[in-house]
Design a protein around this ligand. Sequence first.
Ligand SMILES: NC(=O)c1ccc[n+]([C@@H]2O[C@H](COP(=O)([O-])OP(=O)(O)OC[C@H]3O[C@@H](n4cnc5c(N)ncnc54)[C@H](O)[C@@H]3O)[C@@H](O)[C@H]2O)c1
Length: 465
Amino acid sequence: MKIIVVGTGFVGLPHAAVIAEYGHEVYAYDIDEARIAAYQSGEAARIEAYVNEPGLSAAIAENLNRYLFFTTDISDIVEGTDIFFFCLNTPPKLDGSTDLSFYLKAAHHVAELLANREDLTRVVLVNKSTVPIGTARLLEQVMNEHNVKNFGVASNPEFLAQGNAVDGSRKPDRVTVGADTEEDFQILRRLYAQFVNHVRIRYLETTPETAESIKYVANNLLLSYISFWNGVGARLGETFPNIRMEDLKIGVTSDTRISTWGSYVSNGAGGSCFGKDIQSLIYQLNQAGRSTDLLQAVYNINEHQKTYLIDRAVHEANFSFNQKSVAVLGLAFKKRTNDMRDSAALKVVETLLARGVSEVRAYDPLANDAARSYWFNPDNNHLFSRISYHNSAKEAIAGSDALYISTDWEEFRGLSRTIQTTVKPPYLVIDGRRMIRDFDSLVGSGFEYLPVGGSLLKSNAAETK
Ligand SMILES: NC(=O)c1ccc[n+]([C@@H]2O[C@H](COP(=O)([O-])OP(=O)(O)OC[C@H]3O[C@@H](n4cnc5c(N)ncnc54)[C@H](O)[C@@H]3O)[C@@H](O)[C@H]2O)c1
């Protein structure tokens, strides 16, 4: 089949690379010329500067210019295309609604090109982007406006988790296809032939509106799990003595009806999807006059988690951030990615700067470069000039008065020793991910330890739990 993937970011690039593995002729198209040049080079470092996913650059190199082609211009290649996938960014607007401008611009461009094609075989236009319920109809309208002939629209939402994009695309839990006609279902069955009768992977065919809703309900339910543990589990562990959070988690999730996924306490979930998708669903339901109390609570709890440990440090540890140097470990929204979109660290660092810290000593194994562009520092007087970037946790910790663990990178599990050999008490360790297992030795050496889901630990036995 001939396929054009429109938009080659975190979703479009792994999708294009993996469907090229099935031997289809795949054109990955983007308006960002530098990005396309980097992908076209086949060089891992250049590709990873844009999308850093395990196995992705190898998958690209394998099929580059064989089944997988990159382009910034599709005007000459639309003839004979069976499927277009729309993988455009759909960011939130200030009121929570979805900004469809990137999506619509691409849709109109494709429609203009399709309106002039000579080969009128069926073409299916598929939304992979997360878009408000009813957007497949909007796409249909755009195609009709341009008088495109013999097309179908479909919704095939993407469920991949960043950090696992390639494996997740090769072996998804389910493939959800919402379309209107048997002919369009058949075209997508040809593309996804290996999944259609798979013993484990669920291949679901439904209406476009149902497929669009599945994406929103699934993402919001996942965030609800996280907010439940943060809003209830963490509060319990921080309130009552002698609760072992890890045991609580095991005891509760041993019930097979209860999800193990999301059953942890943290400094909030970030990433490009959770926050924006819940705001969008709240907006969509509010517009229809429906109640959104549950969704609003889930959202509020998640946002609260991102910075409340800073307040706890002030109130429980009597720590004043003013003129202090704080190491922030982990900037990406989760481990194994350089993506900082909606990362808790963004709020943490900005809150610390607002609290008057003299210095933020930042370190992330992958996201230092991404962070530099977020906290662009136009002149040396800017508040962001107080952020310095370091090549290791040890280097970031050196000379600091406190540290804050924001991302669950595995390497932070061994920090207890690094801390003890690099800085001296008084020193406060704020653990937003409960990464440090041997906190006993830290506390025994005079350090203060403030974890999410637990009370402040310090060497005075009466005040520990
Ligand atoms: N990131 C995730 O983990 C994830 C998971 C599931 C679903 N989604 C959804 O998938 C969609 C894409 O997300 P993403 O993270 O890949 O976004 P992204 O910002 O990483 O990528 C979007 C790409 O589209 C390109 N683009 C913008 N306008 C264009 C145009 N007119 N023509 C061609 N290309 C254009 C941009 O240059 C960019 O490369 C969003 O709707 C998102 O909600 C994302």
